[in-house]
Design a binder for this molecule. Sequence first.
Ligand code: NAD
Length: 352
Amino acid sequence: MKKTYLITGCAGFIGSNFVYYMLKKYEDILLVNLDKLTYAGNLENLKGVEGDPRHVFVQGDICDKELVESLFAKYDFDYVINFAAESHVDRSIANPEIFVQTNVMGTVNLLQRAKEAWYDPAAKTWKEGKKYLQVSTDEVYGALGAEGYFMETTPLCPHSPYSSSKASADMFVMAFHDTYGMPVNITRCSNNYGPYQFPEKLIPLMINNVKHHKQLPVYGDGMQVRDWLYVEDHCKAIDMVANGGKVGEVYNVGGHNERPNIFIVKTIIAQLHDRLKDDGISEDLIKHVEDRLGHDRRYGIDPTKIKNDLGWYPETPFEKGIVLTIDWYLNHEEWMNNVTSGNYQKYYEEMY
Ligand code: NAD
């Protein structure tokens, strides 16, 4: 039976990958993609689905009550999957308010509109087969020491304005489940990498800078550890949780691929040096800069629950994923040139 999804923020990095993943996997599906097209949203990311009647793009804000209401009036959504967010920690340190607005208020607006469409207050029942899925992050758990992993039961302890806004949104999602019985899931994933990622994030930023022999800004000693997951594996997890996750549950998503940032940077240098046969590419480009305020030292996900309950596993080892990713950016020079022109230049000069 045809399923209809309201997906938000899917002109961004993970969301656009999710659109490709779902349209490849399901013939009979309708994806209504609501995206404000902030600096991070880019219709070029969706060029490959232009003309596909299974994908409808709507430009708008998840905080817009009337707009979201009108979408629920027009479509009988089976799922809401909320990717839309302000997602960059550095920007949240400089300007926290927009993170509260989009990540918290936007989430509450989606929850409220979904509840109005799906819930019968007189009968106190929810329509069959509906689900709200919140795409969240491991950053809500705070930081780890050298040992241990984040479990779904780990208390939320966010440190940055970004992670605080995501944790707050997660709490509202759970509040809608606990208070009204809303069918929800939350996924909390580790750092993603892959095609279509905006080059303010570590991997595309470094690929672009290395290629152009620009300095490679590395925060502090570069020994901050992140658990890297190829974006397609995250998309697979979201699909599995939407379609098989037990209502009311949180699922951690991660591939046991912990790497220090400096290792990632050196890997990109080595790969591009060999690939482009360019001796101007060397570790001399690395420039250690003052560490990010409140920088979490280590994140590490325990994905046992999603593996055991839903059979999810990461299909792309880091060694393969990083090659695919570098290939993609090298083969999409025009995409990179377009996103790094205009406002990006000003932002880049201020930040780096
Ligand atoms: P992104 O910044 O690349 O994309 C965000 C998208 O949301 C953009 O298309 C933007 O235009 C849109 N958007 C922003 N504000 C909006 C608003 N008010 N209304 C409608 N659309 C709006 O982000 P991403 O890296 O693709 O992350 C997607 C989601 O996954 C986020 O919720 C993020 O917290 C979560 N997440 C990301 C990672 C990661 O490594 N990138 C890891 C775990 C979880």
